[in-house]
Design a protein around this ligand. Structure first.
Ligand code: 2P0
Length: 326
């Protein structure tokens, strides 16, 4: 096949990935665990272009250049090395995440690109190999290959660092967008600064391993409360290790902290949610399915609040899929 289309969704980590032990292979310092969402997909078509001189990449109708285009070409170089091919490709990608929602993540982007490119170049990868491939584009993309709750094993080399599904109780998530501004420091750069300067970094690594082990136990036990408690304390630990950088980086805004406080007080009123936040000010709150809509309504006082659920993993996508009823 010389053209292939795939679709993938963003994921939000409940146990976070923050820091690499190998920048080239994108091996993380610790494992992580996430929920792949059923909203904000990225759809990507890869077409082999034997007559072209170089790869081309467009995102949302705009031709990409500079570092963005280079990152796609470096990824395709890796795919070509695996396929024993040297043909350039045209990559056309669209992203349904609202601009600045903090969800236009590279996770859905590289999961869709890995799936479409591996089809177009005829790699025929099974799920774990596809997750390993997506990881080479962006670490968190390894998890967006997987539907629902995914664990990304840190591993010790390329072949052992991949994500796979984990059984977990059904849950929903409310995404609260408090600020749509572009983040000041990219995750990739902030991870480097954390590793180089944060005095808490060694404790972050060891405590994340413990949080992940506890989270796996809580998922296996179907214990939503424990899953939530680990999620919230782990998120605050990530922000603590980042804030301890030199010079400091602070992703949480006063409005983010207000959402964490509101979630804690709603818990006391019987709406059981637990907050987390990534490398930006927006907050994601996991919640029991039966409390999802009530929580969404309460949190809409702080910004746009959207209720989402567990979504499918990355998959090939055809025109017929887009015509199917929603
Ligand atoms: C996560 N984040 O686990 C964490 C929490 C952001 C905060 O994974 O350098 O874009 O491409 O491997 O995957 C964002 O990091 O970084 C991220 P690279 P990526 O979701």
């Amino acid at each position: 096949m010389t053209t292939a289309t795939a679709r993938a969704f963003p994921n939000i980590a409940l146990v976070k990935y923050w820091g690499k032990r190998d920048e080239e292979l994108i091996l993380p310092v610790a494992g992580s665990l996430s929920l792949t969402l059923d909203a904000f997909p990225t759809t990507t078509t890869v077409t082999l272009t034997p007559d072209a001189q170089a790869d081309s990449f467009s995102l949302g109708g705009d031709v990409a250049t500079g570092e963005t285009a280079l990152r796609v070409t470096r990824f395709l170089d890796h795919v070509r090395a695996l396929a024993g091919a040297d043909v350039p490709a045209q990559v056309v990608s669209t992203n349904e995440a609202p601009t600045g929602a903090g969800l236009a993540s590279s996770a859905a982007g590289f999961a869709a690109l890995a799936t479409a490119a591996s089809d177009a170049y005829g790699l025929g990868l099974e799920a774990n190999a596809l997750s390993r491939l997506a990881r080479r584009g962006s670490g968190s993309a390894a998890r967006s290959i997987v539907p629902g709750v995914a664990i990304w094993h840190a591993g010790h080399d390329d072949s052992t660092s991949f994500a796979e599904p984990v059984d977990a109780p059904d849950m929903r998530m409310v995404i609260v967008t408090v600020d749509t501004a572009q983040k000041a420091v990219s995750s990739r750069e902030a991870m480097r600064r954390t590793a180089a300067t944060s005095p808490f970094y060694p404790a972050w690594i060891t405590s994340t391993e413990q949080s992940l082990a506890d989270m796996v136990d809580a998922c296996a036990a179907g214990d939503f409360t424990r899953i939530g408690e680990i999620t919230e304390s782990h998120a605050l630990r990530m922000h603590a290790v980042i804030q301890a950088c030199e010079p400091p980086i602070r992703y949480l805004a006063p409005a983010s902290v207000a959402v964490f406080d509101a979630v804690a007080s709603l818990r006391e009123q019987g709406i059981e949610g637990y907050a987390t936040a990534d490398a930006g000010p927006n907050v994601a709150v996991i919640v029991r399915p039966e409390h999802g809509e009530a929580l969404r309504e309460e949190l809409s006082a702080f910004g746009s609040a959207r209720l989402v659920g567990p979504g499918p993993g990355a998959a090939p996508f055809t025109a017929a899929d887009s015509e199917a009823p929603a």
